[in-house]
Design a protein around this ligand. Structure first.
Ligand code: ADP
Ligand code: MG
Length: 241
């Protein structure tokens, strides 16, 4: 990256709109959603179920095209890319973590972290060293050769996070990444995710229902009536039992 691009937001969303056809009805899920996420920033994406958080993350992650508006990643206008360019951008610059881990069941934890790196052209030794490092960060060295089904839910999700950041993306998009875990494990895994993100230059946009978790991030934005609005969480009102 040249020096000019370092000051670019990791992600810039400009006036996104998106509509779904539901039978005879049209549902306007996004209606002028704009936001910027800077490198090294962790931003919570709040909004009730059905607000359009997943849709927004899919569009930001170039998995879906908006009806109108712009997605810029590291200063690049992704609307101007062809299919190949979008795929390259997605693999190189974006990491995803989902509520359900979507690990490859036939491969070990380590291989699940190695494979996406090799798809990008890293050699096996480099990819394995990176996977070892990441799994060690999560205390999973002893579990590296286990398949997903042999891991606990929290361990599976840690592997999914390791996979999400393995390619050193500029942007991490996470969709309720600990929503499938029990509250205690979810808390722990979430804290580890934030640590990992904060120790890197990645900009992270993380959808969550959990206000307490959201309050730990640098900034909170809420998806409301298709628009993104900044929100301040008053931490004094949050119970910390
Ligand atoms: P959230 O992640 O905030 O719960 P979603 O982005 O999943 O919200 O969904 C927003 C709205 O769009 C919901 O009403 C949902 O039913 C609708 N929706 C999502 N995906 C589709 C689709 N592929 N076709 C039709 N409607 C959809
Ligand atoms: Mg969702």
């Amino acid at each position: 990256m040249d020096t000019a691009s370092k000051t670019e937001p990791a992600l810039r969303l400009e006036a996104l709109t998106h509509t779904f056809k539901q039978g005879p009805r049209e549902l306007k899920v996004l209606d002028g959603a704009s936001a910027e996420i800077f490198p090294g920033e962790t931003v919570a994406l709040l909004g009730p179920s059905g607000a359009g958080k997943s849709t927004l993350l899919h569009i930001a992650g170039l998995l879906e095209q908006p009806a109108s508006g712009k997605v810029m990643i590291g200063g690049v206008d992704c609307g101007a890319l062809d299919d190949k360019g979008r795929t390259r951008m997605r693999r190189q610059e974006i990491g995803f973590v989902y509520q359900f881990h979507h690990l490859l069941p036939e491969f070990s934890a380590a291989e699940n972290v190695v494979l996406p790196q090799m798809i990008l052209g890293r050699d096996r030794a480099t990819a394995e060293a990176r996977a070892d490092d990441l799994l060690a960060t999560f205390g999973l060295t002893e579990r590296a050769d286990h398949r997903p089904s042999q891991l606990s839910g929290g361990e599976q999700q840690r592997v999914a996070i390791a996979r999400g950041v393995a390619n050193n993306p500029a942007l991490l998009l996470a969709d309720e990444p600990t929503g499938n875990l029990d509250p205690h494990t979810g808390e722990k895994v979430f804290a580890e995710l934030l640590d990992l993100v904060r120790n890197s230059a990645v900009g992270a946009l993380i959808a969550t229902h959990n206000m307490e978790l959201a309050s730990r991030m640098d900034r909170v934005i809420r998806l409301s009536e298709g628009k993104l609005v900044d929100e301040t969480i008053v931490t004094a009102e949050i119970s910390t039992d």
